[in-house]
Ligand binder design. Structure first.
Ligand code: NAD
Length: 367
């Protein structure tokens, strides 16, 4: 089976789908790895580090795509890229099929099989393939570092001859994978951390990391399915905004990670709350790609509004391209070996992981 890794084309994307170490393992398992020239460069993997483990480098992208059995990428394949693939080829990447109809239709038209790593079921057996978690984990860490960079004060308590500095107060909204890593990172740096989430089980998880849980009394409108929030009413969000406003207005740094899969991110910090935030405080809105948790955040920009610095960085994992590529490559290799051996594909269409992640197959759209 011939694997092709193409260079990411999305602006500011610095990750790569396979690293030399993972290529080495796949080559040992009998796969052939071909990497587009410079595909690993922005994550600090040189072409020579791929060739030294037995991979080959290709400069002609369309030739690479048309000869591949499997194309591996981080971001969704473009319609143009798909148009070069041979019938029956396999594409594996983040695809966000629900919001990427154009790509899904192109994949069906080309009769390829498209597996979306963001749709891999989050069951124990699939943990090693869970790229959503591996990337969110790193993003949670980096969000705290970004916040610390913009904040005009330090995180820990510091007692000096010149006086005592109080620890910074950080509020984290959403205690999923990213939020929990943000709590751990902020605690390690010495901050006081408060957290809000609406899944009841998160209280214990937050407390086990040393965070204080902000209690917001839930209501019937909160729908939780398979560990995800599926929806909340506007009334509940209003109530939640009121409870958390006090905490946000006392915070030095607020990190928001709240998401509702397939929907717009919940609005947690309206502009009038930003107006009441401390002068010099910082918001890192990790939900900015899904519309944002803060009314003042702007996609791809760091802005200052009402004396508050608001960071709207959409692709935080890409700011840690080395680790993010390493973990993504391991996720992908585990997933790939679940689907294929060196001699060909072995998947069973009704197996849970395969079924969950297969978006397009034999010209049909499955999701
Ligand atoms: P996510 O990125 O979809 O959402 C982030 C967090 O935002 C979630 O914790 C969610 O509850 C929270 N949120 C939604 N609305 C909110 C609101 N109004 N206020 C505050 N917080 C709000 O979540 P995720 O990190 O992808 O994790 C989702 C679930 O998947 C969790 O239950 C997690 O434990 C589970 N998970 C399971 C596995 C596994 O078993 N293999 C792996 C990873 C995650």
């Amino acid at each position: 089976v011939k694997l092709a890794v193409i260079k990411e084309t999305k602006p500011f994307e610095r990750r790569v789908a396979l690293t030399p170490d993972v290529c080495k393992q796949l080559i040992q398992a009998g796969f052939e790895c071909i990497i587009e020239k410079d595909a690993g460069k922005s994550s600090y993997f040189e072409d020579t580090s791929f060739t030294s483990v037995g991979a080959s480098i290709e400069t002609n992208k369309s030739a690479l795509l048309s000869s591949a059995d499997v194309v591996l990428k981080v971001n969704p394949l473009t319609v143009e890229e798909i148009s070069h693939l041979k019938k029956g080829a396999v594409a594996i990447s983040f695809m966000y099929a629900a919001t990427n109809q154009e790509m899904v239709e192109a994949a069906a038209k080309q009769s390829i099989s498209a597996f979306s790593v963001d749709a891999i079921p989050r069951i124990s057996r699939a943990q090693k393939m869970d790229a959503l978690s591996s990337q969110a984990n790193l993003a949670g860490y980096k969000s705290v570092i970004i916040g610390a960079y913009h904040l005009g004060k330090i995180f820990p308590l510091l007692m000096t001859a010149a006086g005592t500095i109080k620890p910074a107060k950080i509020v984290i909204m959403g205690a999923g994978v990213a939020g929990l890593q943000a709590i751990a990172t902020a605690k390690r740096l010495g901050a006081v951390v408060e957290v809000s989430d609406i899944r009841p089980e998160t209280k214990e998880q937050v407390e086990s990391l040393g965070g204080k849980f902000i209690e917001v009394k839930g209501d019937d409108s909160i729908k939780i399915e398979g560990g995800y929030v599926k929806g909340v009413s506007e009334d509940f969000l209003k109530k939640q905004q009121e409870v958390i406003a006090k905490h946000i207005c006392e915070a030095d740094l607020v990190i928001t990670t709240a998401l509702i899969p397939g929907k717009k991110a919940p609005m947690l910090i309206p502009e009038d709350v930003v107006k009441n935030m401390k002068f010099g405080s910082v918001v890192v809105d990790m939900a900015v790609e899904q519309g944002g948790n803060c009314a003042c955040s702007e996609f791809g920009k760091t802005v200052e509004k009402h004396g508050v610095t608001i960071v709207g960085e959409p692709n935080i994992p890409s700011l840690l391209p080395l680790n993010a590529s390493e973990l993504y490559a391991k996720n992908i290799a585990t997933f790939l070996t679940h689907l294929a051996t060196k001699d060909g594909f072995k998947w069973e269409l009704d197996e849970e992981i395969t079924k969950g992640s297969l978006i397009v197959h034999n010209g049909s759209i499955l999701k």
